[in-house]
Design a protein around this ligand. Structure first.
Ligand SMILES: Nc1ncnc2c1ncn2[C@@H]1O[C@H](COP(=O)(O)OP(=O)(O)OP(=O)(O)O)[C@@H](O)[C@H]1O
Ligand SMILES: [Mg+2]
Length: 401
């Protein structure tokens, strides 16, 4: 009987025509509302198609979360490779998410070993760079190194870009295409990169109408006919417009579709969307938050307040520690000394609730400093949650005395 249940669930009717098209890495055949940005990227990269020599460009794409930076650069990469191939020019577009490849060395090694299938063991970064350049030159391949969340590379980013700056005229085989959120751009990249880029393309945030158009298109790719009504699309666009983040809408549609299959509901109802919204916008399961220790909650409260005050996506440990001390006074709790505080921070990092990135750009001789972030969770949502828990705990304690 057990097998039958499984088989039924696996093979049963589904609202999805093509579920994979809602996965984060999927690149759709069209990108509504990004036509201008794609045209501008194409103009900037035109010199790569020059038959007389290899001319590299360095370009940055900057925008708020969920404005389509990642999907646009991948989409562009495919188009560029194809258009070049038609003209008999070899262009290779290699995408790196710097969350996964955090150093120049990691990228160079992967490039050589995984993408060019040459062993990199035992070679220095300089030797690998020479090997890659020689290979590109011999085979006349123009490489576009695409670095998503490039700010995570710190100083390494500059040395990757530097390669194309020092290459001989007509001999520059490596271009870079950088993508970065606007806060990270302002905090870490805009100064060191000024004057070194051929273009910076700003991705404007989507408004509600644009989001509606995007979700309509994505629903048509993902769902069977009549599963997602126009009313639902407007509802999802309306919710996502509050954060202007296309990802939130796409996740809501995906989760609502999954729930529709689970409970066998057709078409998708507003109630399914409301439930999906809860999941998407809390992004962090509430049971994890409620299970935290008091000191951990206080550190989170300090971090969210600081990020909100700075309107930034990352901040320094020192700043959070200052805020933390104020909050401890506010709630009349004993403060942890800095070393213990750091341990609490590390515990939260291990739990995946806060992120720690090491920044080295612009810090000069003072070396690498850690900056704290809240992964991908909107600060407003987080702020509310943590505030709620703090309040609840305090009122519980009040009841005790
Ligand atoms: N114009 C568009 N047409 C279709 N889908 C889009 C469009 N813009 C964004 N999306 C989809 O919205 C989601 C978020 O886009 P993407 O990941 O590219 O955003 P991002 O700007 O890179 O965000 P982040 O800063 O968080 O990395 C993805 O699923 C993407 O496919
Ligand atoms: Mg992205």
């Amino acid at each position: 009987m057990g097998e039958n249940i499984i088989e039924k669930a696996l093979l049963g009717a589904t609202v999805f025509k093509n579920e994979e098209t809602l996965h984060p890495a999927f690149v759709p055949p069209e990108l509504p509302n990004r036509e201008n940005e794609l045209v501008r990227l194409s103009h900037t990269f035109k010199s790569l198609l020059n038959k007389d020599g290899a001319y590299a460009v360095n370009v940055a794409v900057v925008g708020k979360p969920g404005t389509g930076k990642t999907v646009s650069i991948r989409y562009f990469g495919r188009g560029l490779e194809k258009a070049a191939a038609k003209r008999g020019i070899k262009v290779r577009f290699e995408y790196y998410d710097c969350f996964m490849f955090r150093t120049k060395s990691a990228i160079l090694r992967d490039l050589l070993t995984e993408r060019f299938k040459v062993t990199s063991r035992g070679f220095s970064d300089e030797e690998i760079t020479t090997m890659i350049n020689r290979r590109l030159s011999r085979e006349n391949i123009r490489l576009v190194l695409c670095l998503d969340e490039a700010y995570l590379l710190g100083q390494d980013l500059l040395s990757l870009i530097h390669g194309s700056e020092v290459a001989k005229h007509g001999q520059a085989f490596i271009s870079t295409l950088i993508a970065c959120r606007v806060v990270d751009w302002q905090n870490t990249l805009s100064f060191p990169l000024s004057g070194r880029l051929h273009d910076r393309i700003d991705m404007p945030a989507y408004d509600q109408n644009e989001l509606y158009k995007i979700f309509k298109y994505r629903s048509e790719l993902a769902f069977h006919k009549d599963v997602v009504t126009d009313e639902i699309l407007h509802m999802v666009a309306n919710i996502a417009a509050s954060t202007q983040n296309a990802r939130h809408g796409i996740e809501m549609l995906y989760l609502a579709g999954k729930a529709a299959d689970r409970y066998n509901i057709r078409p998708i109802t507003p109630d399914l969307i409301r439930r999906a919204k809860q999941e998407v916008y809390s992004e962090l399961r509430s049971d994890v938050l409620y299970g935290l220790r008091d000191q951990e909650i206080l550190v989170l409260a300090a971090l969210t307040r600081e990020l909100k005050a700075q309107k930034s996506s990352s901040t320094s440990i020192a700043k959070v520690y200052e805020r933390y001390q104020l909050i401890c006074e506010e709630f009349a709790v004993t403060k942890q000394a800095l070393p213990t505080f750091r341990k609490t921070v590390d515990a939260l990092v291990t739990l995946g609730i806060i992120g720690k990135v090491v920044e080295s750009i612009g810090t000069g001789r003072r070396g690498r400093r850690a900056r704290l972030t809240l992964m991908d969770i909107p600060v407003e949502v987080f702020h509310e949650r943590v505030g709620e828990i703090l309040q609840r705990r305090q009122s519980m304690e009040d009841n005790f005395d």
